[in-house]
Design a protein around this ligand. Structure first.
Ligand SMILES: Nc1nc(=O)c2c([nH]1)NC[C@@H]1CN(c3ccc(C(=O)N[C@@H](CCC(=O)O)C(=O)O)cc3)CN21
Ligand SMILES: O=c1ccn([C@H]2C[C@H](O)[C@@H](COP(=O)(O)O)O2)c(=O)[nH]1
Length: 331
């Protein structure tokens, strides 16, 4: 997907050196946006291999969001990608599905005069009194597809203020135009090497699943990322970039052929302190920039209700990626 390579290149070309809570410093760029045509194939990156365990992690993560579960007890049987942020019992400070499917609604006594809230027998309310945003948007797409209010919000300000990991992808909107289902995602913070490839594929998959459900063809995926960043490594490796970010920007800006990215990688490996664990994502992303995106794979999702979808209902075909690249996750 060329849009991903353009994003990587843009952060390398204009990003600035920033510190953050993880202790792994970043090169960060403000406000990135792109759109992807979902009719032109499924946007699973082909410039690195995301098949097998990685694809399974991605699919299971989306099914977990849709399950509405606030814990990862079932998810962690399938993948370890959320383990570092959960406690022994599998609970998280913030779980996407909890807010997608069970957004808290004020108790009657806490409602202000004149405010509108659903009737107790509303089809969107769960038995516990929470609001099912997915049921709301599915119903809207079926009965009122021209609506411009088909928003799902994972951000609860009071939870976010206290959480160790508030949602990164925090609001999405379905928007039907020209008879096609578009999805726009708003993300406050994006880990370009690890999180973003998952986020793109995950929301593309969600768009296909919802499109199937409501009988619409897929349209486009639009993605806005506020703090788009590349992790630079721990300790001395990370701080090496503080003095070399400007030179990196110049070198990337001057590249004319893909082989130029290999030369920058060699310059880093020859000069920067070692990074045995792979917390520096720049070399692996430069490798991806040397690669040409291949034809996109296709996705097929069995025709069954969203709530009963399993991984076996989702089939990826024609995926022919370049070799895998390992990146370590900053916690
Ligand atoms: N720094 C950071 N980046 C993230 O992308 C991220 C977080 N933290 N914290 C919460 C979630 C967890 N997510 C993650 C966590 C790990 C991988 C990861 O390690 N991916 C590997 C392979 C994973 C596998 O074995 O399936 C990859 O190569 O894509 C991806 C997304 C996305 N989020
Ligand atoms: O879906 C996700 C989830 C997380 N991320 C990344 C973005 C940041 O690198 C970290 C979160 O750290 P904050 O300090 O809370 O921003 O996780 C992602 O890219 N995609």
């Amino acid at each position: 997907m060329q849009q991903y390579l353009d994003l990587v290149e843009s952060v390398l070309r204009t990003g600035t050196y920033e510190e953050n809570r993880t202790g792994v410093d970043t090169l960060a760029d403000f406000s990135q946006h792109y759109t992807v045509d979902l009719q032109a194939g499924f946007p699973l990156l082909t410039t690195k291999d995301l098949s097998r365990a990685r694809w399974n992690s991605l699919v299971q993560e989306l099914l977990w969001y849709l399950s509405g579960e606030e814990h990862i007890r079932a998810l962690r049987e399938e993948t370890g990608i959320w383990d570092a942020w959960a406690d022994e019992a599998g609970h998280l400070d913030t779980a996407y599905g909890r807010f997608w499917r069970r957004y808290p609604v004020p108790a009657e006594a806490d409602r202000l005069p004149g405010e509108s809230w659903p009737d107790p027998d509303s089809q969107y309310l769960n038995e516990e009194g929470t609001f099912d945003q997915i049921a709301y948007v599915l119903d809207g797409l079926q009965h009122n597809p021209e609506s411009r209010r088909l928003v799902v919000n994972a951000w609860h300000p009071a939870n976010a203020a206290d959480s160790t990991l508030p949602p990164c992808h925090y609001t999405f909107v379905f928007n039907v135009q020209d008879g096609r289902l578009n999805t726009h995602l708003q993300q406050r913070s994006g880990d370009i090497a690890l999180g973003i490839p998952f986020n793109i594929a995950s929301y593309a998959l969600l768009t296909h699943a919802v499109a199937n459900q409501v009988g619409l063809p897929v349209g486009e995926f639009g993605h806005s990322i506020v703090d788009a960043h590349i992790y630079l490594g721990k300790g001395e490796r990370g701080s090496w970039y503080e003095d070399h970010a400007a030179e990196l920007r110049e070198r990337v800006s001057a590249v004319e052929e893909k082989s130029g990215y290999t030369a920058i990688r060699e310059w880093i490996e020859a000069n920067a302190p070692p990074d045995p664990e792979g917390y520096d994502h720049v070399p692996g992303l430069l490798t991806q920039l040397t690669r040409t995106p291949r034809d996109r794979p296709e996705i097929e999702i069995a025709d069954r209700p969203l709530d009963s979808l399993t991984a076996a209902d989702i089939t990826l075909s024609g995926y022919d990626p370049a070799p895998a690249i390992d990146f370590a996750v900053a916690e």
